[in-house]
Design a protein around this ligand. Structure first.
Ligand SMILES: Nc1ncnc2c1ncn2[C@@H]1O[C@H](COP(=O)(O)OP(=O)(O)OP(=O)(O)O)[C@@H](O)[C@H]1O
Ligand SMILES: CCCC(=O)O
Length: 358
């Protein structure tokens, strides 16, 4: 059995495409290729971005003197598919690609993970996988109840990173993930706050359309009656309304950017509008963490903060000022998604784990 593998990990996010080369579990090269709102605006749908993101990845590969045929395995972030009861590594198959392309379960940048990995893999007859997709569903029944029988709450969140960070924290304190109760907050283009009870994410805001805090580019929970009025105003198509909620919501709608660093530059230059809306985003994150803290009766072993915005001293100070008096937060800036993708693929290649079938 071959024991050494060169892996290409592909992680399409709402504001970036992250690409990494791993030699077995060892990181060789990693790059975050950022996409401006304007750059992505020209595409009608996320699936239409496939060629654009594929070319960006090919440029990365060439720049680092690799060729596609050098890779033994391709692994992508998993997207919006039917709810999956089991976490882990899934082989990309036809049914999965069909659901990701059709958008039957929704569209998100991560739908492109399997599509791009499969496209590369097919050229050289290599396998393509996804790991812990955003549709992992470990909700308890009580978390599904929305308040309207026709609408059920769904588990859609940054499963790959939330789980990776939760496991990292468990390791740091020399405990097992399955023995801990945690609140994990991912602060990216989208924001998710999950309640992890003994290794299962039993509640979480739906990071994609959406409840919970607003994010750099999404509304999260908004007043429902005005939303109904907006839908029936005749001014917007269904797709346009969805875009107002995801893509053109949150900071984008107030400040015209999804880049928290740009917002902070404006705050530093004295822009009060920027400060008000950025603080409001932090305020809403605090409220979400607080609600899960009490939902868990305060029996929480750690409150963890991760994602791109966790690099921000300003944002973290706001969270600390509000949360630390109850329980000190633990900050893991950025994400561990690329390593999680590579390790998920490795476990299957080394036959330590069987890949799951979608
Ligand atoms: N040093 C920093 N200070 C403040 N904000 C930052 C910093 N670095 C990145 N960010 C912000 O983090 C956000 C992007 O986070 P991240 O890279 O985790 O998201 P993504 O992968 O594009 O989307 P998602 O995580 O929702 O899939 C952007 O708003 C970006 O401006
Ligand atoms: C589930 C949402 C993932 C993202 O925001 O990127």
């Amino acid at each position: 059995m071959q024991m050494d593998y060169l892996i290409l990990a592909i992680n399409p996010g709402s504001t970036s495409t992250k690409v990494a080369v791993y030699y077995n579990s060892k990181l060789v090269k990693e790059q975050t290729l950022r996409h401006d709102v304007e750059e992505l605006k020209v595409f009608k749908s996320i699936i239409d971005q496939a060629d654009f993101r594929r070319n960006v990845i090919i440029d990365f590969i060439k720049e680092h003197d690799y060729e596609l045929k050098d890779f033994d395995v391709f692994v992508g972030r998993g997207g919006m598919m039917k709810p999956l009861k089991n976490g882990g590594t899934y082989l990309v198959n036809k049914e999965m690609l069909r659901d990701l392309r059709s958008g039957e379960y929704g569209y998100h940048a991560s739908n492109l993970g399997a599509i791009l990995a499969d496209g590369f893999a097919k050229e050289f007859n290599r396998p393509a996988y996804i790991v812990n997709p955003v549709c992992i569903d470990e909700f308890e029944d009580i978390s599904r109840i929305s308040g309207q029988k026709l609408i059920e709450r769904r588990s859609v969140f940054h499963a790959l990173n939330q789980k990776a960070i939760a496991m990292q924290f468990a390791k740091d304190i020399k405990k097992e993930y399955k023995d801990l109760n945690l609140i994990v907050t991912h602060l990216g283009g989208g924001i998710s706050v999950g309640l992890h009870k003994k290794g299962r994410v039993i509640d979480c805001n739906n990071a994609l359309g959406g409840d919970g805090p607003f994010s750099p580019e999404r509304t999260g929970t908004i007043p429902t009656y005005p939303l109904v009025d907006l839908c029936f105003s005749g001014e917007y198509t269904k797709e346009e309304v969805k875009k107002l909620l995801v893509g053109q919501g949150g900071l984008v709608s107030y400040l015209g950017t999804n880049d928290a660093r740009v917002v902070e530059e404006r705050i530093n230059a004295g822009d009060q509008e920027a400060k008000l809306h950025y603080d409001a985003m932090a305020y809403n994150v605090v409220k979400e963490i607080g609600s899960l803290y009490f939902a868990a009766k305060g029996e929480i072993d750690g409150i963890l903060i991760t994602g791109g915005i966790a690099y921000s001293d300003y944002f973290i100070k706001y969270l600390k000022d509000h949360i630390n008096p109850i329980m000190p937060i633990k900050v893991y800036p950025g994400e561990d998604e690329m390593r999680s993708l590579a390790e998920g693929a490795m476990r299957v290649m080394l036959k330590q784990e069987k890949s799951q079938v979608y």
